[in-house]
Design a protein around this ligand. Sequence first.
Ligand SMILES: [Zn+2]
Length: 265
Amino acid sequence: MIDLLINFDNEEDKKKLFSIMKVLKGEHAVAIKKKRAQRSGMQNRYYWSVVIAYISEETGFTKEEAHQIMGRMFLKYVKTVPDGTEEVFVRSTTSLNTLEMTEYIESIRTFALSELGTYIPTPMKSSTKNSNKPKRIVTPRVERTRNGGTETPSQHIGKIRSALRNLSRWWKPFAMALKAAAVTQHIGKRRRVFYLCAECDRLHDRKEVEVNHKIPTGSLKSYEDLPGFCERLFVEDITLLEVLCKECHKEETARQREERSAKSI
Ligand SMILES: [Zn+2]
């Protein structure tokens, strides 16, 4: 087997490829695939020892659990399985290239800031020359007064928030809102379902749309927030839900956040 790395912008590289092709005889299978940028060990270390460490610390989940949850939130995609139904799969972080990993980490950082109120620092550029050791994150120690002295109050409430959000993924009105926005198109013999964004009025793939609460669920920081949070999260009235593409959803979330901070002043 010949396994080559060819830069098609480089004439010498191309010559190398042609010279091999000239001497080959008989049938061969030739595959040309794009070289993916290899992820650096540094990015992996930043992911585990900073990004996931913060999520774990804030929510009380183990690092492995936090990693799984973040994957389910930000790396899922929908595929039509042979029986015609759509199923949700989660991409493994090992299959991501540097750019995809950067986008994934940014989604987690945005989520941490808006949902957990936690700022996750960016990777530190100033790494000491001869030390490859990941830097230890020093987070202020909060007394573990909950769950038999194993969790801080914010970890405890974080677990409740996370459990409720997980539960809401199976909330039927969300699926109903999606169904209401679905548009079926026939492309040749194939049948494809697209979703109409309520904001930009464009059709999108399933993986590009999300369900937005017109009345924001707001924050859950203490038991007192629970009734309101649950009431807004688990809406029955699908007119209070809308399907938005990720881009419009991002803008809408930013707008809602601005509104909220303006109110609190
Ligand atoms: Zn849109």
